[in-house]
Write a new protein. Structure first.
Length: 192
């Protein structure tokens, strides 16, 4: 942890459907000021987000990094304490969630992210009701107040091996085989 400051990241396009404004509004209502938000990405909604940040008096807490290379993004994520994906609309999966988890970083995502299904039976991520500023605020407040232990990072990194590229590919092949064979036995996802 960086001087007790919880480093929160959003990675993705700055567009309305990504719900970044929901994240900013939730952070504005946090009980303490021990957080910083790093937004990696560009898009047509970025100027509105910068204005919202100023309106809410949060410009000292929120950094806009623009679009970065994949290597730069992964490097920055390795210093994160938390990744938040607050999508408003259905998100196929949210690949950045896998990247964060494989770096040992806990995740908070909306129930519109396909990857949210991974967090039903474990503590490696939290899911909030899409567009609910209050639900997201509650989870963020808990994480920021309690902090994230180094044991949590180690446990997440260890667990995330189940979602590696090869395990994900093997799971997809099992699904295709299952469909082709007309079987009713659904393959178990690698994260269960």
């Amino acid at each position: 942890n960086n001087n007790g400051i919880v480093r929160i990241y959003f990675v993705g396009r700055c567009i309305y459907m990504k719900g970044i404004d929901i994240l900013i509004k939730a952070l504005e209502k946090i009980d303490c000021n021990k957080w910083e938000l790093n937004i990696i990405g560009d898009g047509e909604y970025k100027d509105e987000l910068i204005n919202l940040t100023k309106q809410l008096g949060l410009k000292d807490n929120i950094n806009f990094h623009g679009r970065l290379t994949n290597k730069e993004t992964i490097s920055m994520l390795s210093n994160a304490d938390l990744l938040v994906l607050p999508s408003r609309k259905k998100e196929g999966w949210g690949a950045v969630i896998n990247e964060a988890l494989m770096s040992g970083v806990p995740v908070i995502c909306s129930d519109k992210c396909g990857a949210s299904i991974m967090f039903k039976n474990n503590n490696y991520g939290e899911v909030f009701k899409s567009e609910s500023i209050e639900d997201l605020r509650r989870i963020l407040n808990k994480k920021i107040t309690e902090g994230i232990s180094s044991e949590e990072f180690v446990a997440i990194k260890k667990w995330s091996k189940c979602i590696s590229g090869s395990n994900a590919a093997e799971y997809i092949i099992k699904i295709i085989d299952n469909i082709n064979l007309g079987s009713n036995d659904k393959p178990l996802p690698p994260w269960e």
